[in-house]
Design a protein around this ligand. Structure first.
Ligand SMILES: [Zn+2]
Length: 485
């Protein structure tokens, strides 16, 4: 009897293993032929110099509104008009404060327009870190095959790249069939009031966009383990954001006779509970599609795991949660950022509080996250207060014309690129534009490597020259295709 059971056990195990192996073999990418694009001869030197020049304008968005450097923004607008005369002649410009809305009228009025957006404001340099830069942050230096300075990646390359691409098309007598808008925001880094105004303006005119494309993730290499191909996560959704205040209460008094539990220790306990019980994350929907596609290009061991999620789902998820970036893609993140306690070293606080910043995955809502936190830490002594927030965006279709045009354009310029739907983990102006668009995508067609990441809002922001040029060519393809049908 025992022997029979043992044989049965091994038979089942062998069958499972064979099934898992079969699934792994099937979980392989099909080889696609790169799409041929026409040769795009842009004036590369001029384009590179223009981006370098644009970086010199200190169009900084300060949190304190009164520090707004209005003149720098005015100079930038004047410089753009002088530098891109064809663009300014062929398109009409409407200024909304310092945000700019350009319209390139299409020949077919019955087609709904498309919109490209970017922002030309930048974040400040953290005081005291200027000397850590290899080149001064607003010098617009060109060296080591790179263009240096604040905005090189986020997001002057986007704005300049779009104007370069449109200029190329205008010079080559291209006429759009579908109307094309360009929205260039001046305050994306502090909420995007300008983009909100542009959106409102278009809405008043009854405009519903076919699709929109704005800043987002980049073509990249080296971010996914074992994948040496270029990956393009074209973001189809954007995370939301919310702040909760956790307030622990206790009796105050003199610190010489503390009770066993004070407001501070109650608060600490609450924070530890939250760390132990993060919002659930899982590989489903959008994230599943992304990792399914990317994992087909991974080495055998990874493919074995991803092809058999029914068996290894738990292992994959715990592995993914250990990487902060991937963790942020699969769940709502919990980040305690600001703490408050006593006002004096020898006074026990009556209240101790922690501000927790959450980035909402599209599957969660402000209400569901607040409920989750209340269930875990809420008590008579610990109160959970909602300070405000913004829900995650809707999810755009990755089986739609806009997504396909971006993916095909990338193939024409870069050759073999794997385009997958992605989730934007930071905020962008697209959260405004998406309100009037059938589908919205967040993606910059420039390429980056992991070492570039510290440049975003950090030190040594710079863009590789070849990457910048390839991005402009991709914009040419996207604008031409997108506005032609
Ligand atoms: Zn940005």
């Amino acid at each position: 009897m025992f022997k029979k059971l043992l044989i049965l056990f091994f038979a089942i195990l062998t069958a499972l293993l064979l099934a898992a192996l079969f699934r792994t073999i099937m979980h392989t990418a099909v080889q696609t032929k790169p799409t041929e694009g026409e040769v795009i001869l842009i004036d590369e030197i001029r384009a590179i110099e223009n981006l370098a020049e644009s970086i010199k304008f200190q169009t900084i968005s300060y949190q304190e509104k009164e520090k707004f450097p209005q003149e720098e923004f005015n100079y930038f607008i004047e410089w753009a008009a002088k530098t891109y005369p064809e663009f300014h002649q062929a398109l009409t410009l409407e200024k909304l404060g310092h945000s700019l809305l350009f319209k390139w009228k299409g020949s077919d009025k019955t087609l709904s327009p498309i919109l490209f957006e970017g922002h030309y404001d930048v974040v400040p340099i953290i005081p005291g870190t200027e000397d850590l830069w290899d080149e001064m942050p607003f010098s617009g230096t060109i060296s080591n095959n790179r263009i240096w300075g604040r905005g090189a990646l986020d997001d002057k390359s986007g704005v300049i790249g779009l104007m370069e691409a449109a200029t190329y098309l205008i010079k080559n007598n291209f006429q759009p069939t579908r109307t094309v808008y360009f929205g260039f925001g001046h305050d994306e880094e502090i909420g995007g009031g300008g983009a909100a105004l542009i959106t409102e303006k278009l809405r008043e005119q009854g405009i519903q966009l076919h699709w929109s494309l704005g800043e987002g993730s980049f073509v990249n290499r080296g971010f996914f383990p074992g994948v040496d191909k270029l990956i393009a996560p074209i973001n189809v959704a954007e995370k939301g954001i919310m702040n909760l205040l956790i307030v622990a209460k206790a009796e105050g008094g003199h610190s010489s006779t503390p009770p066993s539990r004070t407001a501070v220790t109650l608060l600490a306990e609450a924070l530890m509970k939250l760390e132990k019980e993060p919002l659930p994350g899982s590989l489903e929907g959008l994230s599943a599609v992304m990792f399914d596609e990317v994992s087909k290009h991974m080495p055998f061991s990874y493919r074995f795991l991803f092809a058999n999620r029914w068996l290894f789902g738990g292992i994959i998820e715990s592995q993914m949660s250990s990487s902060p970036v991937i963790n942020a893609m699969i769940r709502t993140t919990t980040a305690p950022t600001m703490l408050n306690g006593s006002i004096k070293s020898n006074v026990l606080p009556i209240e101790a509080s922690a501000l927790i910043n959450f980035r909402l995955h599209p599957r969660d809502t402000i209400e569901s996250v607040t409920d989750h936190v209340r269930r875990i830490v809420g008590s008579e002594d610990v109160e959970v207060r909602l300070l405000g927030g913004m829900e995650a965006s809707g999810i755009s279709s990755w089986n739609s014309p806009g997504f396909e045009i971006v993916a095909t354009s990338l193939n024409k310029v870069y050759g073999d690129v794997i385009s997958v739907p992605g989730l934007m983990i930071a905020a962008s102006d697209t959260r405004h534009y998406s309100k009037i668009a059938d589908n919205s995508f967040r993606f910059n067609p420039f390429s980056i490597v992991p070492e570039d990441m510290t440049g975003f809002h950090g030190t040594n922001e710079s863009i590789d020259i070849d990457s910048f040029v390839a991005g402009i060519k991709t914009y040419v393809e996207i604008i031409r295709e997108g506005s032609s049908n």
